[in-house]
Write a protein that binds this ligand. Structure first.
Ligand code: ASP
Ligand code: CP
Length: 324
């Protein structure tokens, strides 16, 4: 699917599609994070919120999801809005009768104030944004392209722990080639000065060469490594990822590269900085040992998950124009 590039946010969230981290600048991320902190208070308070009263958000998910679906659903309801949940439309909607993607988007646009879309094709969210004339599209993951709302919650989690988003050294490990969360995260970190990332992956799962060149041009320093011995011991964060099984042509190809790098207690003790955080977008399927979960640096089952709901509450309130 090809589409025109999404419009930059430039301080004006109302009515904007959220397709790529490339739409953001540091000012609008700062604004989003200020509102995210307020949304945390709203969620923790017992008092009902009416910020999204009268709004309906469609959750249209062509691929499986626990966190993105669950947190967008909860975020809408936390703010007094309602959702229409459409999972596996290929099976349960009129897509199964042959209805086109464009007609599907037009149909759900007619019932809603925003559509959260997850789809297996890269570029699908941008295509949907061109089709939908009246409601914003929020990209909940498009193939191996991007997962911008995940990267925003990842950035928020880093900011919460380090107090800044510039001058950071991070390690990103696993499936850099197919990991859409990684692609958005790199774009986000590239907006700030003096960031550098070590990308730990088997050679087969390195960034596509044109993506590497484009990211490097944007100013972030990227170092590709394929041995745990190359992990610098002073990283501010590690960001581990799952090898994206569903993107491989065969199980054999997948098994060849799966779980080459696993976070064990010993790896964390040897290479981890005492003050760093260990993140993972989840689901994890073997690449972080359960024994690591008790380490206080492991935030993937703690703040990182919860921050997803707070960031999505803030985004919905902003794009629906309920908070300026
Ligand atoms: N949940 C994230 C995504 O949908 C990461 C993953 O599935 O590995 O991109
Ligand atoms: N992190 C994330 O997108 O998780 P889900 O695939 O479960 O939504």
């Amino acid at each position: 699917m090809t589409a025109i590039p999404p419009e930059p946010i430039r301080g004006q969230f109302k009515g904007k599609d959220i397709i790529s981290l490339g739409q953001f600048d540091t000012d609008c991320i700062a604004k989003l994070f200020r509102i995210t902190a307020q949304m945390r208070e709203v969620a923790l308070s017992a008092a009902p919120s009416h910020v999204l009263d009268g709004s309906i958000v469609v959750l249209l998910f062509y691929e499986p999801s626990s966190r993105t679906m669950g947190s967008f659903d909860a975020a809408t309801k936390q703010l007094g809005g309602q959702t229409v949940v459409v999972t596996s439309p290929q099976q349960y909607s009129s897509v199964a009768k042959g209805e086109s993607f464009a007609d599907t988007i037009r149909t759900f646009e007619a019932y809603s104030d925003a559509i959260v879309l997850r789809h297996y094709e890269t570029g699908s969210a941008a295509t949907a944004a061109e089709t939908a004339r009246h409601v914003p599209i929020l990209n909940a993951g498009d193939g191996i392209g991007e997962h911008p709302t995940q990267a925003l919650l990842d950035l928020y989690t880093i900011w919460e722990h380090t107090g800044r988003l510039a001058g950071l050294r991070g390690l990103v490990a696993g499936d850099i080639l197919n990991g859409r969360t990684v692609h958005s995260l790199i774009k986000g970190l590239a907006l700030y000065e003096e960031n550098e990332l070590y990308l730990l992956a088997p050679p087969e799962l390195r960034l596509a060469r044109d993506d590497l060149a484009a990211f490097q041009q944007s100013g972030i320093r990227l170092y590709e490594v394929d041995d745990v011995g190359d992990i610098p011991r002073d990283c501010h964060f590690w960001y581990w990822t799952r090898v994206q099984k569903e993107r491989f042509r065969s199980d054999e190809e997948f098994q060849r590269v799966n779980n080459r790098f696993i976070v064990t207690k010993q790896l964390l003790e040897t290479y981890g900085n005492r003050d760093m955080i260990l993140m993972h977008p989840l689901p994890r399927v073997g690449e972080i040992e359960d024994a690591v979960d008790d380490d206080l640096r492991a935030v993937y089952l703690r703040s990182q998950i919860r921050n997803g709901m707070y960031v999505r509450m803030a985004l919905l309130a902003l794009v629906l124009g309920r908070i300026a």
